[in-house]
Design a protein around this ligand. Sequence first.
Ligand code: ADP
Length: 213
Amino acid sequence: MELTSRQQKIVEIVKDEGPITGESIAEKLNLTRATLRPDLAILTMSGILDARPRVGYFFSGKTTMQAIGESIKNKLVNDYKSVPILVKESSTVYEAICTMFLEDVGTLFVVNDHSHLVGVVSRKDLLRSAIGRQELEVIPVSVIMTRMPNLILTFPDESLHAAATKLIQFQIDALPVVKPLASDSAAQKYEIVGRITKTSITKAYVELGSEEL
Ligand code: ADP
């Protein structure tokens, strides 16, 4: 973000004299408080200045890059998750292919009769079984899925950045957003509450680019 010359002047004043009130900054620049308001709003929103009621403005010392980094790390999986598309482990590969087309997704999550997460099926898993000329209308998805405990998971309160890192690190397209069901986490029973995909990350990226830093 490039600061206007007036914004740079404000930053210099606050650096030298902060904490300082908006009124005093305005006086020093021979401007009205109202004229300065948009500049002060931009500088505080971008994290360059901090404001405390009845104290005034002070320099936070954050660079724009630090402020952007913080904004990225503050985004949570819970706010970007989309609806998970599920299939039962007894569904056939053929049914899974139909679901993938109908729901327009690239990854399906597989659940057992208790709605617990048991596996993940991707496009390539389905293509692989088609290449193998297996009986798609007979074989259950549970035979071709990637199964627990080998699944890479994310959680509602995890940062979106951590989830994006998992997508890159494990070279996968989607993560199930889960909540542990058993109090004993060793039991590894999870309810699926959402889905994070490369599209979720792209959405957050676009949003970040549109944020007024
Ligand atoms: P595609 O098959 O369309 O390239 P992925 O790259 O996501 O999609 O899948 C590659 C492999 O990783 C597949 O075998 C799939 O079952 C597996 N996989 C996908 N998502 C996960 C996940 N969250 N945890 C573990 N394995 C996964």
